[in-house]
Ligand binder design. Structure first.
Ligand SMILES: Cc1cc2nc3c(=O)[nH]c(=O)nc-3n(C[C@H](O)[C@H](O)[C@H](O)COP(=O)(O)OP(=O)(O)OC[C@H]3O[C@@H](n4cnc5c(N)ncnc54)[C@H](O)[C@@H]3O)c2cc1C
Length: 338
């Protein structure tokens, strides 16, 4: 086990926040991870993937274990489906590209989501009408305290919109080492209804899209509206889209007839948090070193050199403002790390 002392995490989080940790190590296999978790030095360690869904509020006293377990392989297949087993340290977008190249369908709409495979179940990543839970087979994880190995089936994970058991009852309890996905080998079920997908496919002059066309369309849309963390620090959507009862939506629409909503069922609808933030006047507005992105009001950005606390203070300011204007509580999607 290679250990680094007093390490800056600036290059390990997409916000580019310069927090430090007293101890840092990388686990390149499940066995190394198990050993590291047993070591008293790494008690209560923060588990780090690609750092694309975290905001470090300050330097912290906890050690950090970066999960870098490699490997992608088909472990089971029949005529129509394949189970793919993936190491937690594989880059999510590399996995998507591998699946597309091998004609395995199901995650093409999740192209270009930053981060590593091991973090995908934590918030049940989703985009363009698809969520991880739609293709999830199971995951293998190691208990942080007892070092036990456990298989999580879909029913154990309590997946919901940007949520799972790993953010609630089992928060910080398990480290995911392997994720297994169930993907289609033929008759792929393409999801083309969401966002500007159909429009982009028309623009690309594709009338009968295949999975690689869908991936290309998603990449094009994402590149056109989301800031690249390599150029400008951010963690994607900072807040979740609030889910509200239909009665509340109706009252709000009486006052704001142009408010967009997405019906989830007959009782609940989702309101785009980006629309609320834009209406509150924060889109593209800079406050010192931080602000909300000019093309996507939901993305909190670090223009360079901001601290975690400065970013969080701005987020809280927006939460207060949206609450006083609409009576809606915004909830961060990004994990706040103390
Ligand atoms: C530009 C941009 C766009 C984005 N777009 C989307 C999007 O469309 N949809 C979406 O859902 N998300 C999106 N995100 C958020 C982010 O990419 C995902 O949440 C991603 O899954 C985070 O992966 P990560 O490896 O970076 O996780 P990290 O940020 O490293 O960790 C996130 C959380 O998971 C925990 N964790 C990490 N790895 C493990 C593991 N192996 N076992 C147990 N716990 C672990 C961490 O402790 C932390 O609590 C976006 C982010 C950016 C920067």
């Amino acid at each position: 086990m290679e250990i680094q002392k007093k390490t800056s995490l600036k290059n390990y989080n997409t916000f580019g926040v310069a927090a430090t940790t007293p101890l840092f190590t990388e686990a390149k296999s499940s066995i190394i991870l198990q050993e590291t978790l047993k070591s008293p030095l790494f008690e209560n360690a923060l588990i780090l993937g690609g750092g694309s869904n975290m905001l470090f509020l300050d330097d912290f006293s906890r050690p950090v274990i970066k999960v870098s377990i490699p490997g992608v392989r088909v472990i089971q297949e029949n005529e129509s489906t394949a189970i793919v087993s993936v190491g937690a340290g594989v880059i999510w977008h590399d996995l998507v590209m591998w699946c597309v190249a091998n004609n395995l369908g199901g995650i093409e709409n999740l192209s270009l989501i930053p981060g590593l495979v091991g973090a995908a179940p934590i918030q049940n990543i989703g985009a363009y009408g698809v969520e991880l839970k739609d293709v999830f087979h199971n995951a293998i994880a190691i208990g942080k305290k007892k070092g036990d190995s456990r298989i999580f089936d879909i029913d154990d994970c309590a997946f919901e919109y940007r949520n799972s058991v790993f953010k609630n009852e089992l928060k910080d309890d398990y480290v995911i080492t392997t994720v297994r996905l169930s993907l289609t080998k033929k008759n792929h079920q393409l999801k083309l209804e969401y966002g500007a997908m159909q429009e982009i496919l028309d623009e690309m002059q594709i009338s009968t899209p295949k999975i690689d066309d869908v991936a290309r369309a998603v990449i094009r849309i994402r590149r056109s509206k989301l800031p690249d963390p390599e150029k400008i620090g951010n963690a994607g959507s900072f807040f979740k889209n609030p889910i509200l009862p239909s009665s509340t939506i109706k009252k709000l629409q009486d006052v704001y007839p142009s408010m967009p909503t997405y019906e989830l069922d007959s009782n609940f609808s989702k309101v785009p948090a980006g629309w609320l933030i834009e209406q509150a006047g924060f889109k593209g507005k800079r406050n010192g070193l931080v602000g909300m992105h000019e093309k996507q009001a939901l993305v909190l950005v670090n223009y360079g050199g901001a601290t975690g606390l400065e970013l969080w203070e701005h987020a809280q300011h927006i939460m207060k403002d949206v609450h006083s204007k609409f009576g809606i509580e915004l909830e961060p999607e990004v994990n706040l790390i103390h």
